[in-house]
Design a protein around this ligand. Sequence first.
Ligand SMILES: Nc1nc2c(ncn2[C@@H]2O[C@H](COP(=O)(O)OP(=O)(O)OP(=O)(O)O)[C@@H](O)[C@H]2O)c(=O)[nH]1
Ligand SMILES: [Zn+2]
Length: 210
Amino acid sequence: MPEHGDPILLPSSGLSDATRRAEALIPTPYGEFQMIAYAGEAEDYTPHLALVHPEMDPASDVVVRLHSECITGDLFGSKRCDCGEQLDRALRMTAAAKGVVVYLRQEGRGIGIINKLKAYQLQDQGMDTIQANLHLGLDIDARHYGVAQGILTDLGISRIQLLTNNPEKVDSFGDGPIRVVRRLPIIVSPGKENRNYLRTKQLDMGHWLK
Ligand SMILES: Nc1nc2c(ncn2[C@@H]2O[C@H](COP(=O)(O)OP(=O)(O)OP(=O)(O)O)[C@@H](O)[C@H]2O)c(=O)[nH]1
Ligand SMILES: [Zn+2]
């Protein structure tokens, strides 16, 4: 089990002074996870969260999910996207494999919930998820994953099996301290509400989806 460490430096994250701020054991329907909150000293409301299986072995090829916040899908079960189902599957898989879910506070691919709701409104008028962000003058994807690498390093992890369909998440590890030894797909079957969203991810964002 990781121990409460000294302040750590997290590279290129927007949270350069993020530290372990608090942690506790959380019993969930999937099993127990140690929840560790990482944030800068002045940040109390949106810490990144690591959910670590109590028997996670940092010397193994740890099964890891980097999950970006989606309050609509993760919390309220919105069917506009695949996030809620992916989180459910990720928690199930990491519970079984003694792995880690890193819950990154990058709502709406980093544009925040207010902008995401505005983007949804534009999507209801016919735009796709990319066009809507651009129409609002925002990045298609404003996420950075340096903070996730810092968190995994803090947990003593150096080799991971990454649960994702997103090539950018794999590429973000580059030549850094964490090696992605395997990619594990995490594919949700499309429904009528998220079909277009998934098609844009596949065709325009290069996600590995069938
Ligand atoms: N801007 C915007 N963000 C969205 C939309 N739908 C979902 N999101 C956000 O997209 C992000 C999805 O994150 P993840 O599930 O971690 O990652 P991913 O890029 O889909 O890649 P995977 O690892 O393959 O799941 C979340 O932050 C959602 O809030 C949308 O229509 N517009
Ligand atoms: Zn979502």
